[in-house]
Design a protein around this ligand. Sequence first.
Ligand SMILES: [Zn+2]
Length: 225
Amino acid sequence: MSSKRLVEVVCSKCGEQSEFMYWDSINVTVDPELRIEFFNHKINHFDCSHCGNKGLVFEDFIYHDMDSRFIISLLSSDNKDYLEKSKQSLSESISIMQETVNMDGFTTEYKFRIVFNLNQLTEKVNIFESNLDDKIIEILKLFIFRDFVDSKEEIIPEIFFVDILETNEIEFIVLTGGEGNYGVTLKLDTYKNIENQIHNGAFTKLYALNEWEVVDRDFVVDRLN
Ligand SMILES: [Zn+2]
């Protein structure tokens, strides 16, 4: 179910107050038009009616896709206590959903993820809609990260999955801040190779739990060593 509420927003530019419909959660299977709005940057993006200033209203937000079987929770803070508290309340709400909704394979097949910004959220949606495993994608990103840091030590890049290309390559974008952005591709075979290793019992630490997880670089680095 999608849910929204009316909030008061004070414009950061002109200081005027406007009313704004904030989406706490969207279910893109029940409301497919909200998926389109999400990708068109309409969800929780605010236009000031007084001065035209645009901004993002950044509070906790949930993106749920029942067809691709994932729920992503965008948290407005990465504070450790807040993260733990949120994990707990998210798990509780999942238990309630399990009891009230008959969803086949709800706990075993679903992916539950926590992210902290819109880029991370969009990336997760892209990965799961492409039927890819975000943990394998994080391993691939680690290869790119290490190559990049070896050659340009002073830059800590941000790397995001973009798409699978018709050339059977996976496209990533590397954001470096001041140094510009780079497109990087890796062979889909590299992904499949890791996937086969996982089927044969490798990297079990990555799949030890099925709960709300922050799957990022630290997640794979902690579990590969
Ligand atoms: Zn304004």
